[in-house]
Design a protein around this ligand. Structure first.
Ligand SMILES: *Cc1c(COP(=O)(O)O)cnc(C)c1O
Length: 370
């Protein structure tokens, strides 16, 4: 199967999305699809139901909304729709995606307070608890897997603090949903955001929000934007049973539906998580043996999604390394930490342990030749 990918694609994407997809997902895009009848709407409804069922056993309490654009559009739709004019949002930020939420909240002119941490730091639960005693804070947002570093933030623990204070809880689970087991009801999440091209392994083109129905229903008329009005998007999809308000990314939607079927065939999120975990563990262990240090220790905070490695020596040329690997069929990812010389390797997508082993062999050969 992997040799086939190489024939069709010149390289394997070891990035956190867009990522290498299966042939089945790609072939679902090889024709044009109409949107004006039942067939398409039913496909959309099936996607929405499947997403809710992946997220929780309490399927009646939650609902799914699909939103055009990349994942950030869905994050902005949530922030801009959920926080009322007299509300105030606390954003816990320890990376580029937390910072992006702060930037969005400010641009939307929301009342925002930020708890900022270094990119390599785990958010401090005591500090969060203290900050949450501010009664004017109505909403709290945090990233689950901070793709900047690969750190898995303690969302469950933070969520318990947020709920103890009765605030609305928003989680950017863009790069973890579908790859890390969780139950949004058990974790008290009100709005969870993810997108088509991460752990569900579809192609880019839309994001989705899993929302607690009773919370979303309160958001009518609050949005600061027409196209990013999460409530209106949901209302139309719900009332008209699978209809998108504006042009939908039909090819991407069909590919996504196929990706959901493949996730089910693989054995669901638990099985996918095991695949990712095995790949990540092997990657981290063998890279360390080759002289690369991991930025996040191999503990519960290291996600099974993406790993950040320090440059092995001061004069290490990432560019030479990158282009060499690309010529052997692997695309890795530059670092994103402000003050550390590092790079990242993702292992989500149509990527298996033998791909990681081939990558490690290519890296070992490169290291002995330079
Ligand atoms: C990928 C990602 C996003 C969204 O990025 P887009 O480029 O807009 O798709 C947001 N948050 C996290 C944590 C991500 O990994």
């Amino acid at each position: 199967m992997n040799a086939k990918i190489e024939l069709e694609n010149q390289y394997l994407l070891l990035t956190p999305g867009p990522l290498s997809t299966s042939r089945g997902v790609r072939s679902a895009m090889q024709r044009d699809w109409c949107t004006w009848d039942q067939e398409y709407n039913q496909l959309v409804q099936d996607i929405r139901q499947r997403l809710v069922a992946l997220a929780t056993t309490q399927v009646d309490v939650y609902t799914a909304v699909l939103m055009q654009g990349s994942g950030s559009f869905s994050v902005e739709a949530v922030l801009g729709t959920c926080v009322p004019e007299n509300g105030k949002i606390l954003i816990i930020n320890n990376g580029a995606y937390g910072a992006r939420m702060v930037q969005m909240a400010k641009r939307l002119k929301l009342n925002v307070v930020e708890l900022a941490y270094a990119e390599t730091e785990v958010p401090n639960l005591d500090e969060i608890a203290t900050t949450l005693s501010d009664a004017s804070i109505t909403h709290v947002a945090c990233v689950h897997c901070e793709t900047t570093t690969g750190m898995l933030n303690p969302i469950q623990e933070i969520g318990a603090l947020v709920k103890a204070q009765g605030k609305v809880w928003i989680v950017d689970a863009m790069s973890s949903f579908g790859g890390v087991p969780l139950d949004i009801a058990d974790w008290n999440i009100d709005f969870l955001i993810s997108s088509a091209n991460k752990c569900i392994q579809g192609v880019p083109g839309f994001g989705f929000v899993l929302a607690k129905r009773e919370q979303l229903e309160k958001c009518q008329g609050q949005a600061r934007s027409v196209s990013l009005d999460l409530y209106d998007q949901w209302f139309t999809m719900e009332q008209q049973q699978g209809k998108w308000r504006f042009t939908s990314p039909t090819h991407v939607v069909h590919a996504f539906h196929h990706a959901l079927l493949e996730l089910e065939q693989e054995g669901g999120i638990a099985a996918r998580y095991q695949r990712y975990l095995t790949s990540q563990n092997t990657l981290a262990k063998d890279m360390q043996a080759l002289g690369f240090k991991c930025v996040i220790e191999q503990n519960k905070y290291q996600s099974p999604i993406i790993t950040t490695f320090l440059y092995p020596e001061d004069d290490f040329s990432f560019e030479a390394f990158y282009y060499h690997l690309k010529s052997t069929g692997f695309v890795i990812y530059p670092g994103k930490i402000s003050d550390l010389a590092c790079f990242r390797i993702g292992n989500i997508g149509e990527v298996y342990l033998d791909d990681i082993e081939r990558l490690l062999q290519a890296i070992a050969r490169y290291r002995t030749n330079v």
